[in-house]
Unconditional design. Structure first.
Ligand code: ASP
Length: 442
């Protein structure tokens, strides 16, 4: 199979996104019909995520040769994830306090409408359903994190409860169920342990080890094939989603009440993606960070179009190895883990959204409460799955922690599909910089 012309592909994808948004604005009802094409593209990507993650993590560890060599990159990755996520939250808190998008932008009538909607349509039930889908946890387990949903007396969940539930997300009692739900964390954990075992078994398992590497190589080839049709898939995805928003009149919300909120999130994401992450990249590599953004552009545009870190993962890995030249060892280990637990964009958005809701509903949050928001937004981002709008669901942790009414999530609901695209692109970019940092450190 010949290599696709990669720089041309980026131009094609950019053109596809512009054309899709344009046609969605002019012919929304026609644009919605491209949904099928978008869904096929998305399914092709999602189809290979589980086998790709399992074989990549395993072959990454097999490539290390010795389990003990995992300590340094593993520690570096975790430290990087935590540091950048916390930095992102602080950028979010800074911009939302500076711009104050919720002050005087949401009128009483809209607040009452959101409240009435929550009373009749039970958004909690909808959110709970989305949450069980996203995390693979049972409703009871989620009730443990989000007291709001539990049948018992209502109490704010403690940080301990949240941590306990995050820890539980690492383990599964059924590997196949985890694979079927694309719950990547338990699969990654299993793959690490399994590959570590293989490295201790010598020549007895050499065929199996070679097979794992070969399957991984073949899957990466498959990703190249999918990327060839990505301009078309991305056109369909974006046209259908923007067309639907235009047809439902949701784009109007952008110029009405939530415009400032969206601008604040995008501004904060811009600071994180164009200043903080490039600075970290430069500190570790002394190379031009904006060239790196260009090299990763196909992954970033795919993230914008799919709003899913997990679905974008195959493209991210391909770009990082093939275009940016990041070492396979680092990519195969850092990116799958990062796609699930390292979400800078999501953390930043959670902080902004929580404060926006507080400002709009007249809650005055003290500095201490804002610190609680910083801690819980970090945990909520770690707990969010790499699927569309997962961050919206885990934001309940943040709202609960400072006693903000969960039903006012309705205020940001109508534009979340759009905000999600920007934050997912930043999530992916954060993962890629992480892969480079870990490569340098180890
Ligand atoms: N859609 C995001 C992702 O996949 C998660 C979120 O913030 O909703 O990375």
């Amino acid at each position: 199979m010949s290599e696709p012309k990669k720089s041309h592909l980026t131009l094609w994808i950019c053109g596809a996104i512009v054309a899709a948004i344009g046609s969605a604005l002019v012919f929304p009802h026609l644009a919605v019909k491209f949904h099928v094409g978008g869904e096929i593209f998305l399914r092709l990507l999602r189809m290979i995520v589980v086998p790709l993650v399992v074989t990549s993590v395993m072959s990454g560890i097999l490539g290390l040769g010795d389990v003990r060599k995992l300590g340094r990159p593993g520690g570096a990755a975790l430290l990087y994830y935590l540091t950048t996520t916390v930095l992102a939250v602080f950028v979010g808190l800074m911009v939302v306090n500076l711009i104050q998008p919720g002050m005087g932008t949401v009128d009483e009538a809209s607040l009452a409408a959101v409240k009435a909607e929550s009373d009749t349509n039970s958004p909690k039930a909808r959110l709970l359903m989305a949450l069980t889908d996203a995390t693979g946890l049972s409703k009871e387990e989620i009730g443990g994190v989000f007291e709001e949903f539990s049948p018992g007396p209502q109490e704010s969940p403690t940080i301990g409860t949240i941590l306990k539930n995050l820890l539980l997300m690492l383990f599964t009692d059924n590997l196949f169920a985890a694979a079927a739900n694309t719950s990547l964390l338990p699969l990654i954990l299993f793959s690490i342990v399994f590959a570590c075992m293989l490295t201790t078994m010598g020549s007895r398992v050499s065929h199996l080890s070679a097979m794992i590497e070969q399957i991984n190589d073949a899957l990466m080839r498959f990703v190249l094939l999918i990327m060839r049709i990505s301009p078309l898939g991305i056109f369909c995805l974006v046209a259908a989603r923007f067309g639907q928003a235009q047809a439902e009149g949701k784009l109007l919300d952008l110029v009405n009440q939530t415009g400032w909120y969206v601008l604040t999130v995008v501004f904060g994401l811009g600071i994180h993606a164009c200043c903080i992450l490039p600075l970290i990249y430069w500190c570790f590599t002394r190379k031009n960070p904006f060239r790196f953004i260009l090299q990763m552009s196909q992954a970033l545009l795919t993230a914008f179009s799919t709003a899913s870190s997990s679905a974008t993962l195959p493209v991210t890995m391909e770009c990082a190895i093939d275009r940016a030249g990041v070492s396979e060892r680092s990519v195969k280990f850092v990116l799958p883990l990062g796609a699930t637990i390292n979400m800078d964009g999501t953390a930043l958005y959670e902080a902004v959204a929580a404060l926006f809701i507080a400002q709009a509903t007249g809650y005055d949050l003290s500095l201490l409460q804002q610190l609680v928001i910083a801690v819980t937004a970090t945990l909520a981002a770690i707990g969010a799955a790499g699927i569309p709008e997962a961050g919206l669901v885990t934001m309940i942790i943040v709202l609960n922690a400072v006693g903000l009414p969960v039903e006012y999530i309705g205020l940001v609901l109508s534009v979340d599909w759009l905000v999600d695209r920007f934050r997912t692109a930043v999530n992916i970019y954060g993962d890629c910089v992480g892969a480079v940092v870990v490569e340098r450190v180890s």
